[in-house]
Design a protein around this ligand. Structure first.
Ligand SMILES: [Zn+2]
Length: 604
């Protein structure tokens, strides 16, 4: 006899007040007093968010009798002893419009399972049946339901009953409900779809075609998981937004309206390239982190932080492949790919935090450092995304070069998939290192010691040259110069002051002061309101122009307000650091470099 499923029902009961009603019928509650809880975090986003804080009311009933329900910690409740089926009902406030949250208003409903579905302690392996109900009329007449949950009696894109094999699966299917534009396509013989909210003019045919090309490329690289019988991209279009969260059968994405091609628009604009890269990133995660997981995430403990030094493997390697696969699928040119790579190198070398923290430490401390950025983050924290992606690049190139092209990171990832993903075992903390060594036959202990557990700069100059690519450096030409190109502006680079200013709040506020910069030496601090350079007013918008009136070595007087007090600092401007990278194909590359480059670009 199989255990009875947990029966959930979710209703956007009061969209004006942003309230969902969630009920849960537990057929066989723990006779000692059932405990239920709401996760503290959502897999993929390593920050304790305490979703239980949005539970505004909770009660329990058995038949027509109400049961006592006692809160036992920040996220859990215990029911009084009961030997018959119990229904728990809660009201949940949902007004977080992010891929990690839940959001409900009169225009749509969106939720992630960890925000809304209580977990039944000790019975997490039971099937979960979930009925998704419409909002009160007249709302919802043109709303459709987009989710990768499997339908029980619901029609395609309809309200009704869905199911998942376990709680872990239940909370891995975000749900978007609203007036959606839906496109469908096939990749690798698997049905894929994209549900878009907020953009009726999108060129759906083109987006579907491009995504099909991209998904095929990923499926070719690692092979379709046996349980991948469907995949859904959920996309929310905002005036200005960017982000994504991965799941096993879907991903939740946010992009800006201008990123997407409209009907009749041709060409590959940079913002659409960025969108394709985002889709590529989340899709690669369906293997790397959703099925190949750190051992410490098998299973997830959603009550508190779970520390692993491997996030750089899951985010860094995924970031390496996101743009590489967009290029390998032919959607962008090699030159365009090298531009992206140059920008990534620029981002890494501009942040001095790379000398203070290794990617392994950054992974471990993600919960309290990377996910809680402050004004000092760039000086103290290394991004396991960007430096992680460069480690992946260096590892791929080292393996390819030192094994004469017989092995590659592609093969390492396929082996990780077979060993840790298909088996469901999870990757041990030194798992990638041991697979890399056994696949390549190389002794890479020093590589991992120096670049993963240490803070060494990667030997990219040499590696890239061995692949027929030259790595060039120049000073930053202005605050909007992200690198990747030989030059970003006609203007000469301004002398170096060493701070970032944001004008977004209506005031021009210093948001970052670089380590060892003239600004830091003079005493300017994050939070200062920038007023003038010598006796001329300066803003975030004209700082570069004002600085260009001076030269390295000049002394200037910088005036700021700090806590309403006027402060003035004498600053000696310096030569701008050569911290901006771009890459170019070496016209004088030899035959060997030419062959390596061709194999790397082609993924062969
Ligand atoms: Zn990611």
């Amino acid at each position: 006899m199989t255990a009875e499923a947990h029966r959930y029902r979710i209703t956007p009961i009061n969209p004006g007040a942003h309230l969902f009603e969630v009920t849960l019928l537990i057929a066989e509650p723990d006779p000692a007093g059932q405990v239920v809880s709401i996760p503290a975090w959502i897999p993929g986003s390593y920050l304790v968010r305490d979703f239980a804080r949005n539970v505004v009311a909770i009660r329990a009933e058995a038949g027509d009798r109400s049961l006592e329900i006692t809160k036992v910690d920040k996220s859990s409740w215990q029911l009084e002893v009961c030997h018959e089926p119990v229904t728990i009902s809660c009201e949940i406030y949902a007004y977080d419009l992010s891929v990690r949250g839940a959001h409900l208003d009169t225009t749509h409903a969106y939720f992630n399972g960890p925000c809304v579905f209580p977990q039944v302690a000790g019975q997490e392996d039971r099937e979960c049946d979930v009925e998704i109900c419409p909002p009160p009329k007249p709302l919802g007449s043109d709303w459709r339901v987009a989710t990768s949950l499997r339908p029980k009696d619901a029609e395609r894109y309809g309200f009704g009953r869905y199911f998942a094999d376990s709680y872990d699966e239940l909370i891995d299917h975000p749900v978007e409900i609203g007036n959606l534009a839906i496109g469908e396509f096939e990749a690798g013989g698997i049905a894929h779809s994209i549900a878009v909210r907020g953009h009726a003019r999108i060129d759906m045919a083109r987006v579907c075609q491009d995504l099909a090309t991209l998904c095929e490329k990923h499926l070719e690289l690692l092979g379709a998981p046996r349980d991948l019988d469907r995949y859904l991209f959920l996309l929310l279009v905002l005036p200005d937004g960017y982000g994504g969260l991965e799941h096993r059968w879907s991903s939740s994405l946010v992009c800006s309206r201008g990123d997407l091609p409209v009907r009749g628009e041709a060409g590959m604009k940079n913002s659409y390239r960025k969108f394709l890269r985002l889709c590529s990133h989340e899709y690669f995660h369906l293997w790397n982190v959703k099925r190949i997981k750190p051992e410490r995430f098998t299973p997830y403990d959603l009550r508190a932080e779970v520390h692993t030094g491997l996030l750089w493997v899951f985010e860094g390697i995924t970031s390496y492949y996101d743009s590489l696969q967009v290029m390998r699928s032919g959607l962008i040119t090699r030159e365009s790919y090298l531009e992206l790579l140059g920008s990534t190198i620029t981002r890494v070398i501009r942040a001095r935090g790379r000398f203070r923290q290794s990617v392994e430490e950054s992974s471990f401390d993600a919960w309290t450092k990377f996910y809680k950025p402050d004004a000092n983050t760039s000086n103290a924290v290394v991004s396991y995304y960007t430096k992680g992606s460069l480690i992946a690049l260096a590892l791929d190139m080292t393996i390819r070069r030192d094994t004469d092209g017989t092995h590659s990171l592609d093969e390492v990832m396929r082996t990780c998939w077979e060993r840790f993903g298909e088996t469901g075992e999870g990757m041990p903390e030194r798992g990638l290192e041991s697979v890399t060594q056994s696949v390549s036959g190389l002794d890479l202990r020093e590589f991992f010691e120096r670049y993963v557990r240490g803070t060494g700069d990667l030997p990219l100059q040499k590696l890239l040259r061995d692949f027929g690519i030259l790595m060039r450096f120049r000073p930053q030409s202005g605050s909007d110069d992200c690198g990747g190109k030989p030059s970003a502006s006609e203007n000469p680079p301004p002398p170096w002051l060493g701070l970032h200013v944001s004008g977004k709040s209506g005031k021009d506020i210093v948001t970052l002061v670089h380590t060892d910069s003239p600004a830091e030496r003079a005493g300017i601090a994050p939070g200062d309101e920038l007023l003038a350079l010598n006796d001329v007013r300066v803003t975030a918008g004209n700082l570069d122009t004002r600085l260009r009136e001076y030269h390295a070595g000049d002394r200037v007087l910088v005036s700021v307000f700090r806590n309403d007090g006027l402060l003035q600092f004498k600053v000696r401007l310096a030569d701008p650091p050569e911290d901006t990278c771009w890459l170019e194909i070496d016209a004088n590359r030899n035959e060997e470099a030419e062959q390596r480059q061709a194999a790397w670009f082609a993924g062969s």
